[in-house]
Design a protein around this ligand. Sequence first.
Ligand code: PRP
Ligand code: URA
Length: 207
Amino acid sequence: MSFTVIKHPLILDKLTRMRREETSSKDFRENLNEIAQLMVYEIFRDIPVKELEIKTPVKKAVGYTVDIPVVLVPIIRAGLGMTEGIQKLIPTARIAHVGLYRDEETLEPVQYYAKTTENIAESYVIVVDPMLATGGSACKAIEIAKEWGAKNVKFVCLVSVPEGVKKLQEAHPDVEIYAASLDDKLNKQGYIEPGLGDAGDRIFGTK
Ligand code: PRP
Ligand code: URA
């Protein structure tokens, strides 16, 4: 049932840039990837490492390697905007995809794509999407990941609201939720206030 807001001055600064309506698509994408990277850096603080013997140009030494396979599950479209930053930190991470869009009337998620990877059951699985609004999309994506065999699942978003956090905690109490911000509320159209608008449109310049 854990929900953590990762607080860091650099994240606050970058998220503020993303929120501003005048921010270009390019700057929006760059800051999104950078925040995703900073968040995963924090989240992975306690992951296990394995000792190994290496040889430097000078002598033998003890080295360390991260000892877990990682699978990222971006929720298409907007989650794709977080994968590059995370993959820079974890180049071995595999990517599984879930394609969902919100029905504009019902706000329910509609699935149009899903493709898993090998070894998802043994991996740390990180489902990513910048927005946790009603929580419908996150719940559905995690349900799909669990159907694929995922056991150790975390959800990482930028902007969340209490409604979405509650729904996700109730549907998937085993999943750790991380956000860069807990915003005020949803408006009548299901947008987060103050939020940052439609994340997919701002990443891909579609509006
Ligand atoms: C956005 C966002 C999430 C979803 C969050 O996607 O990227 O996936 O809304 O809302 P929820 O918590 O109420 O489900 P959208 O449906 O706009 O699709 P897109 O990423 O293709 O733009
Ligand atoms: N999806 C978005 O992209 N933005 C919101 O504010 C809510 C859902």
